[in-house]
Design a protein around this ligand. Sequence first.
Ligand code: ADP
Length: 460
Amino acid sequence: MAGRLIVVSNRIPTGDPSGGLVVALHDALLARGGTWIGADPDPSEEGRDRLHDLGNVPYQKRAFRLSAAERANYYSGYANSVLWPVCHRRTDLVEIRSEYRADYLAVNLRLARLIAKELGPQDVIWVHDYHFLPLATMLRSLGVTNRIGFFLHIPFPNITDLDVLPRPKDFARWLAGYNLVGLQTRRDVARAFEMFRADPRAEFLRDGTVKFEENIVSVASFPIGIDSEQIEGIAARADTGPFGAADPRELIIGADRLDYSKGLPQKFEAFGRLLQGRIDPQARPTLLQIASPSRADVAAYQQITSELQAISGRINGRYSELDWQPLRFVHRSVDRERLIGLMRRAEVGLVTPLADGMNLVAKEFVAAQDPEDPGVLVLSRFAGAAEDMKGALLINPHDLDETAGAVELALAMPLAERKCRFEDCLQVVRDSRISVWTDRYLARLASCVPTLSLAPRASA
Ligand code: ADP
């Protein structure tokens, strides 16, 4: 594919690249040259009419600036209090305010204008995530015909949930401005097709693409992965502490951003059921839940934090012994190497989202295991990772007894079965590794039907 790659994501990494996705995009940009555009971490409101250089050659990093009101309305508001809950099946948490939508559109339009100014004819744009749904439509309205791809990292919404959006029909139109819409799972693709099928503006073409007014869009799944080799390496030499003399015999680990989509209250309650049903009083399973703080300025996140503190207090109050605290709720981020070490140490990885685009923790847990004595992954069916990870014990996180039973089964599982399940899961993790994901996506984007020249349209 000729031309530069322009990556657009809300967060732009500063410093050395770390984390699977960041490294993969960094590598793609190094390989073909280009620009990474994201929101400026500098809170200055000056210079919102231009992109700011964040330096770091050999490719450019450029940032757009937001006002404090735009951060509140575009980012915390429309992106995280409207689109996030809609996509995660929590329409009860949606907060609709006209200024949220207005600033979401205003930020996207400003960004579209800034990008259009710098674009070469052969450049390819790859837009990441729900912060920028209308970006392609806006670029098209400015006459841009370059290839534009989009990847949605979170679940594709249920068609009925889309009706909760202020202007529900925008969603399909915004997506149709892209040449390629990448989704995490085949189930997400089915939901996207259901949306287009119900829309009289859309027509399915023979090759499976969708013609929507003047655009043709391809929709396909690209399950995202991790840098499995790197995590296997870190895990093999990791510190598996920090327990010392209090090292639990049976360690169950959870590691999630503290988000209402992660099913943390259900996880805690299921663990409570397991403790309640214990037959052997000598068994002392410990659930270590590490939850990194997230979006603390959004009310729903403050509520879930208080709820988790209350549940963990209740469970510990009931079951703790002088030398045993069954539930350790650590509300902070931990160093990556330490986290991988803890995953390796654990007998069970407990991943219970009620809705999740992929869930990389599930894949990291698998890659971190000792192949000679692997732990068992207990995984929600509602994580994108569950679509292919058939070696995990799949559960419905709403069913507390089922989850508790799966954890018990995992703790008692004989080595031969653990190895067999682990090998299945590891194959999936390796097959979907992040470098393959980037290559597959960009190759598919290059082969999409190009957008023909467009008459500029007045509104996005
Ligand atoms: P999401 O993108 O919704 O946060 P994922 O599971 O896909 O969920 O990715 C989360 C990433 O954050 C993983 O790489 C995981 O290792 C990391 N992570 C999760 N919890 C913690 C924590 N408490 N401390 C440090 N890193 C964490």
